[in-house]
Design a protein around this ligand. Structure first.
Ligand code: PLP
Length: 406
């Protein structure tokens, strides 16, 4: 128990930090079964049943988030690897083996795993060109278009745009339709990172914000975030059939008996793992038990809790809203009379430390527009008004008690 008690309760309703992991017990049971049977979903000839189940689960997720036009997909350990998989497929499709002069676009709000993944894929850091964001922290498309033209004029080879479908910081979504249009003009690969926000498509607000996601070449979503699964579960979808298989094909002599037949899928050729477990089963079983409607309702609830939290913060009178509720994220600053901006930054960090000591709720800070702010991520559908009220009351109380001077 020393181990299991010595950790943040990531599935707890008052874990409002980072991106929480509001898991569910049915999925945990499924994980016990897959490990008990030592289930693999790798080579079709070896484990056709699990592979078929993974294909079915991928179809269900596609239907839920509106990606029916995406041909191929595979589960991964999480968003970091799923992003790398999508980018590796894009590189293979657009560049082959020649990465010289290739340019990838993102924003300063893009998750750090994208830059790390590109580094592992062999791109130099200078090949990733961050595009400025607008007031809503979404990619500035005028700047993007100008950068593509300038890079082409300089003899570089723009090949990929990484678009955000729900940034970790603020929940902001890039204009996915406009990005797809621009990519079409320049023959660029569009990769959408919806690790946390992709599931937002199950809610009305998300469906509106994520319009155009289906036009992306590759899309990432993390079931272990807003589809309520235990770690580990990410997914990468690719629109055009066969590209995943091409990017990851390998046929060593010891696997000569297990080449894919027609309608057979070797998941080992849709990513970087040969031996791989059946991560799809937990999502399959939770969807069977709870039904897709319950998932829609739970995601809708996360969006509503963020709006409620924003309303409570505004009503309290001591907070400045930095970014309004969007896809279950709201960011804000506690204010205190007589403190300048720098001291107010320190105030936020002092509150985070005090909350951590207190243990009632877990809230973390981030930086936006050069200032420190606090952030709630409300994807856990079990959060109550009392949870929010108790957390806000403590933030004010701990902030007032903190020794901060300008
Ligand atoms: C969490 C997150 C990731 C990384 O996913 P992991 O599952 O933690 O590897 C990537 N992008 C976004 C937007 C995320 O929120």
């Amino acid at each position: 128990m020393d181990v299991f008690e010595s950790m943040g309760q990531i599935a707890h309703p008052r874990f409002l930090a980072f991106v929480p992991g509001p898991s569910n017990p049915v999925a945990a049971l499924a994980d016990i079964m897959t490990s008990g049977y030592n289930t693999a979903a790798s080579l079709w000839r070896e484990t056709p049943g699990p592979a078929e189940l993974e294909l079915t689960t991928l179809e269900w997720v596609k239907e839920m988030i509106g990606l029916q036009n995406h041909a191929d997909g595979a589960f991964t350990s999480g968003g970091s690897v799923a992003n790398m998989v999508g980018l590796a497929v894009g590189r293979d499709a657009k560049l082959g083996n020649d990465m010289t002069g290739a340019v990838i676009y993102c924003t300063d709000q893009t998750h750090s795993c994208v830059a790390r993944g590109l580094r592992i894929l062999g791109f130099a850091p200078e090949q990733l060109h961050p595009i400025p964001v607008d007031d809503e922290h979404s990619m500035d498309l005028v700047a993007l278009s100008a950068a593509i033209h300038a890079d082409k004029a300089a003899g570089l080879k723009p090949f990929c745009i990484v678009a955000n479908a729900g940034t970790t910081n603020t929940g902001s979504v890039d204009d996915l339709n406009a990005i797809a249009d621009l990519a079409g003009e320049h023959d660029l690969w569009v990769h959408v990172d919806g690790a946390y926000g992709g599931a937002g498509a199950l809610a009305e607000e998300g469906k509106r914000l994520l319009a155009g996601m289906e036009r992306a070449d590759s899309v990432v979503i993390d079931p272990h975030k807003w589809l309520f699964q235990p770690y580990e579960a990410g997914i990468c979808f690719v629109r055009e059939p066969g590209l995943m298989g091409h990017a990851f094909a390998s046929n060593p002599e010891y696997l000569q008996d297990v080449a894919e037949g027609e309608d057979e899928v070797n998941f080992s050729e849709r990513g970087i793992q040969l031996s791989r477990g059946l991560r799809a089963f937990k999502l399959w079983l939770s969807l069977k038990v709870f039904g897709a409607k319950a998932f829609h309702a739970a995601v809708e609830r996360g969006v509503k809790i963020a709006r409620d939290a924003e309303a409570m913060l505004r009503a309290n009178g001591r907070f400045e809203i930095v970014t309004p509720a969007k896809l279950a994220v709201v960011t804000f600053r506690l204010t205190r009379d007589g403190l300048d901006e720098n001291a107010t930054d320190r105030l936020q960090r002092a509150v985070v430390d005090e909350l951590l000591d207190d243990g009632f709720a877990f809230v973390t800070s981030t930086e936006l527009n050069g200032r420190t702010c606090l952030r709630f991520c409300t994807i856990n559908p079990r959060i109550t008004d009392a949870d929010l009220a108790g957390t806000i009351e403590r933030i004010v109380r701990f902030g007032d008690a903190a020794e901060i001077n300008s």
